[in-house]
Design a protein around this ligand. Structure first.
Ligand SMILES: NC(=O)C1=CN([C@@H]2O[C@H](COP(=O)(O)OP(=O)(O)OC[C@H]3O[C@@H](n4cnc5c(N)ncnc54)[C@H](OP(=O)(O)O)[C@@H]3O)[C@@H](O)[C@H]2O)C=CC1
Ligand SMILES: CC(C)(CO)C(=O)C(=O)O
Length: 310
């Protein structure tokens, strides 16, 4: 019998991974709020991607029901409390939660709500955005969904879910025994691109061409030092590949946080930059660059909330 997946949210990542899971034969329903439900009923799910477009009607729910194996949690961090309430009926009926949120601190909140045996670690290396017309736009060729049970077990439902999703262009799903380390690696990567591109309001290439390679590499080194202080040193190979990425003068790469800010949306500043600023302070790592990026995003969020954006 096909595995059943409930996706909370049909935004950029929820829409992308949910659509790919449908293509792989899983039974997928999207738990959405009324405005998105109405748009999806009218237009269906539309994905535009280098790995193939998708236009399909989808099943939506406005209240979670029992009967799912996995809940893909794909809200922004600032919506987490409401999302926990929304998925509770599915999780209490037996589903596991696979969060794709960036950052780390949501795991503790999910554990407190549902118990660690129901909550997997997870991360997405996939750049996507929801266009104003509701289309999910995949932005590059990254297509990795990585997850794992927190106890590291490789014989449980996480492995079965990875096998059901498979590994093919468009979506490479992998269950791993060391998801905490993988999430720290993602945070070192994301913390660099988010703090760097948000603070400078420019792409990696634009920052490098403006003379900011050292700024980006300082952020990378500091994020790696924070991870190491928390028990997760980055490997030399990891650091070499990300030093190269953050030195590329031709790169158009930006973080989803910069896209949110430029679209006039709210940012996940506290969840990502606030966490890293606190973690830098606790680890004795210089915090000034993170603190400046946090302040910049916080100030934007205040204007955004007060509807004072130009
Ligand atoms: N986009 C990217 O490239 C990447 C994003 N991430 C991380 O993934 C997470 C999701 O990001 P992204 O997909 O970009 O975000 P989006 O804003 O595109 O999508 C989030 C969706 O969650 C929905 N949502 C929020 N709360 C609820 C709720 N209570 N019930 C139903 N739906 C809800 C929103 O619906 P509504 O329309 O009703 O507001 C929205 O559609 C973030 O933590 C981000 O940092 C990680 C890797 C890459
Ligand atoms: C995968 C990555 C780093 C893509 O930029 C991301 O998570 C984000 O921008 O939020």
């Amino acid at each position: 019998m096909a595995m059943r997946m409930l996706v909370l949210g049909a935004g950029a990542l929820g829409g992308y991974f949910g659509g790919r899971a449908m293509q792989r034969g899983l039974e997928v329903a999207f738990l959405v709020r009324p405005a998105r439900a109405a748009a999806l009923a009218r237009d269906g799910l539309r994905i535009r991607s280098i790995h193939g477009d998708l236009d399909t009607p989808i099943a939506t729910l406005v209240e979670a029901t029992p009967g799912f194996d996995v809940v893909l949690l794909s809200c922004k961090a600032y919506d987490l409390d409401a999302a926990i309430g929304a998925i509770r009926p599915a999780v209490e009926a037996g589903a596991c939660v696979l969060p794709v949120l960036n950052g780390l601190s949501h795991i503790d909140r999910l554990n407190a709500a549902f118990g660690a045996d129901r909550v997997w670690g997870g991360l997405a290396k996939c750049a996507a955005t929801l266009r104003p017309d509701g289309t999910v736009q995949h932005l590059n060729d990254w297509h990795w969904l990585t997850f794992g049970q927190q106890d590291g077990a490789m014989d449980g439902r996480a492995s079965a879910f990875a096998a059901a999703l498979g590994q093919a262009p468009g979506l490479v799903a992998e269950a791993v025994p060391d998801i905490r380390r993988r999430m720290w690696e993602k945070l070192v990567h994301l913390g660099t691109v988010a703090a760097g591109t948000v603070l400078m309001r420019a792409s990696v290439g634009e920052i490098v061409r403006a003379g900011g390679r050292g700024f980006l590499l300082a952020l990378l080194e500091r994020n790696a030092a924070i991870a190491a202080a928390n028990g997760f040193p980055m490997s030399p190979g990891f650091m070499d590949s990300y030093r190269a990425m953050f030195s590329d003068a031709a790169s158009a790469y930006t973080a989803s946080m910069l896209r949110d800010l430029e679209a006039g949306g709210r940012t996940e500043a506290e969840h990502i930059l606030g966490f890293l600023t606190d973690a830098a302070r606790a680890a004795g790592v210089p915090e000034d660059l993170h603190a400046a990026a946090l302040l910049h995003a916080r100030a934007h969020d205040q204007r955004q909330e007060a509807k004072r954006l130009p």
